[in-house]
Design a protein around this ligand. Structure first.
Ligand code: PMP
Length: 353
């Protein structure tokens, strides 16, 4: 290592799922929505004020913050938006996890958490999920500098009950507890209802999955006004104009169309339930996902082999060669047609094994 390299911040980055662009591929690897955004988003995109791109966007993202506040029945001062929930989470790590005690999160979870913790030099400890992949609330009842977990968890898709979430929040009122609800709209019960009771709770959500807008990068969190204030101070100490104008305008359109939102999230849930049955018949097992993906293992064929075979057929799913999860595939729930192709491929592949 050269002398000048000593003062450099070294980071081991998060590895996002690949984004191949092949004409006939079936892309089930990054939990995107298989349906387009709400129709109002398309019309607003076509009539975007091109001239306005000359100007900086609204730094406070006021129309989108107000639309979210109205939708979720909270005050605008309780809402913070960011460039995807990754941006919101990253800012939240920097703001709220600033103590010397370790923060806690599950051992099998969103693999960005340890990346941010390392980047910001936040000490952390992981709490093992139980043998059925569930969070054990008792693990979170010890000294810590903060708590974060996704609900439903990723990559397992397992939802914890609101009682379990509350048990963890209640036991940790001296620190901030972040519930990452990236996948809550596919059948889960949000912790937003707990905000009235707990001022240490921050609920993070995203437009990338249930609102079909991963490409626009919109995430947000809702919490106590004080938490949001602290978060905004850090964000504005970092970069003022993060969310671009098109995302601000189109985000509002997505929030307006609740009927479309409900229709697409219900469609994904019914496809998911059908696919659970078909995958079981083919010898797969998986936790009972309440997200827009399944975390499946086959009873006899190693996940890595299936992953490679699928990839050669241009069917992309996610696989991690990591302890505890290296025999599972995370399969995003696509359209019914996409899932039929997946099932057909798997049926033939398994028959010929
Ligand atoms: N949280 C979890 C649990 C996720 O799986 C993801 C998607 N990678 C995110 C947050 C971030 O999503 P986005 O930045 O697109 O909102």
């Amino acid at each position: 290592m050269m002398k000048w390299e000593e003062n450099i911040r070294k980071a081991v980055p998060y590895v996002a799922g690949e984004q191949p662009n092949k004409p006939n591929m079936i892309k089930l690897n990054t939990n995107e929505c298989p349906y387009p955004p709400a129709p109002g988003v398309e019309s607003a995109a076509k009539t975007l004020d091109y001239e306005a791109l000359r100007l900086y966007p609204n730094a406070d993202v006021t129309p989108l913050v107000e639309a979210l506040a109205e939708y979720y029945h909270v005050k605008p001062s309780q809402v913070f938006v960011g460039v995807g929930s990754d941006d919101v989470l990253s800012m939240a790590f920097m703001t709220f996890f600033n103590g010397s005690k370790p923060i806690l999160f599950p051992d099998v979870t969103y693999s960005f958490y340890d990346v941010w913790a390392d980047l910001y030099r936040i000490p952390y400890e992981t709490c093992p999920l139980d043998e059925n992949w569930h969070i054990r609330p008792q693990d979170y009842k010890r000294q810590n500098g903060g708590v974060i977990f996704p609900n439903p968890n990723a990559p397992t898709g397992l939802l914890e009950s609101l009682d379990t979430v509350e048990e963890i929040v209640r036991a940790n009122q001296d620190v901030v507890v972040i519930v990452d609800e990236a996948y809550i709209d596919f059948g889960g019960e949000s912790a937003l209802s707990l905000l009235k009771k707990y001022e240490n709770l921050l609920v993070v959500q995203t437009f990338s999955k249930s609102r079909a807008m991963a490409g626009l990068r919109i995430g947000f969190c809702i919490g106590n006004e004080k938490l949001v204030h602290y978060l905004s101070d850090v964000k504005f100490s970092f970069n003022s104009y993060t969310m671009n104008l098109p995302s601000q305008v189109l985000g509002v359109e997505a929030v307006k169309d609740d009927a479309y939102f409900k229709e697409t999230t219900h469609k994904i849930q019914s496809t998911r339930e059908r696919i659970k049955k078909e995958l079981s018949e083919l010898g797969f097992t998986f936790p009972d996902s309440k997200a827009n993906f399944l975390f499946a293992s086959h009873r006899s064929i190693p996940a890595k082999e299936i992953f490679k075979a699928l990839r050669e057929a241009d069917i992309y799913v996610r696989y991690w060669d990591k302890p505890r999860i290296n025999n599972s595939l995370r399969i995003t729930v696509g359209t019914d047609e996409q899932m039929d192709c997946l099932i057909d491929f798997l049926r033939k592949y398994i028959e010929n094994k």
